[in-house]
Design a binder for this molecule. Structure first.
Ligand code: CP
Length: 326
């Protein structure tokens, strides 16, 4: 599906939609990271709550499986006091032939203010953003292989928590880059935040086309690609996006491209290991690394709730201000 260009910011510069990080300002990303950090509480402490989304209704419309993104968008909205409706596309009337826009207009008629969408078909969140009412925000919770903006933000937040900044860092994104929306959004976030060096590390069949990921260094060997890196971000093989009949042996892949504790020694001794989840242990990452002292994988999940709280607050700020005046 193709769409015309849509605007993500309102005339006053505030964020209305978040479909992609491409084209956003560094100052906006910095504001979101700073606000998200204020929502973080130590594990075991009561979660941060506020009523800043009281009177706001958030609809979660998921057309692909999700644990982290769906759970954290729902928790984020609840912790800010919003009303929530959750719909799975295969259990919604879209499975009876209703168009995506008719589903959206139906939700709008129920007075929703924010639509969170996970979509397998490229272009759908942008199309929806062009057709919603002016007060409604559309947030991508993952669009095909193209974009996962809140994941890019939570990855940036996690890196900053551990490394303090971005300018002097070497970040290696490793694995099935070609099919990964996580890799694209992480690369966009890191480019906007002016990371020192960005590497993509992939076997030839998972290397994205040359026109994409401008300015990155490309490696087809994991040993060369993670050598001296400050951050090693591992990716799952997106089997659901591989051509039918594509033969891939998990054991062969692990031997060629998996992150073992032995390989991790090639990165800097204080390197952090990231993975967006869901992980395939023993395929792209060894359990001893996933659960080891350099892993920040569970912290990424914690940060996901905080980032989604910050984004929900940001996109509803204008609407909430207008309602307070009315
Ligand atoms: N990282 C991520 O998007 O995970 P889920 O598919 O579980 O939401």
């Amino acid at each position: 599906m193709t769409t015309d260009k849509f605007r993500q910011t309102r005339d006053d510069g505030s964020l209305q939609h978040l479909i992609t990080l491409e084209g956003l300002d560094r100052s906006l990303l910095e504001r979101l990271l700073k606000r998200a950090q204020q929502f973080i509480r130590p594990l075991g402490a009561p979660a941060m709550r506020s009523n800043s989304l009281a009177g706001v209704t958030v609809a979660n419309l998921f057309g692909e499986p999700s644990t982290r993104t769906r759970g954290s968008f729902e928790l984020a909205a609840r912790r800010l006091g919003a009303d929530i409706v959750n719909l799975e596309v295969h259990l919604s009337s879209r499975s009876k032939g209703e168009t995506v826009l008719d589903t959206v207009y139906t939700l709008e008629a129920m007075q929703i203010d924010v639509l969170v969408m996970r979509e397998a078909e490229p272009g759908v969140p942008g199309l929806v953003a062009q057709h919603v009412a002016p007060h409604v925000s559309v947030l991508s919770a993952g669009e095909a292989h193209l974009s996962h903006p809140t994941q890019g933000l939570l990855d940036a937040l996690t890196i900053r928590q551990h490394k303090g900044g971005f300018g002097s860092l070497s970040v290696a994104i490793v694995g099935d880059v070609a099919h990964s929306r996580v890799a694209r959004s992480a690369a966009q976030a890191l480019r906007i935040l002016e990371v020192g060096e960005l590497r993509i590390v992939a076997p030839r069949e998972f290397m994205p086309p040359p026109g994409e990921f401008a300015g990155v260094q490309r490696f087809d060997s994991i040993d060369a690609g993670i050598r001296g890196a400050d951050v090693v971000m591992m990716l799952r093989i997106q089997k659901e996006r591989l051509a039918e009949g594509s033969a891939l042996d998990d054991g062969d892949y692990f031997r060629q491209f998996g992150l073992s504790s032995e390989r991790l020694k090639l990165a800097r001794p204080d390197a952090i290991v990231m993975h967006p989840g869901p992980m395939n242990r023993g395929v792209e990452i060894e359990s001893s690394v996933a659960d080891g002292p350099q892993s920040v994988i569970r912290q990424q999940v914690t940060n996901g709730v905080a980032i989604r709280m910050a984004v929900l607050e940001a996109v509803t700020e204008g609407v909430r201000r207008l309602r307070q005046r009315a």
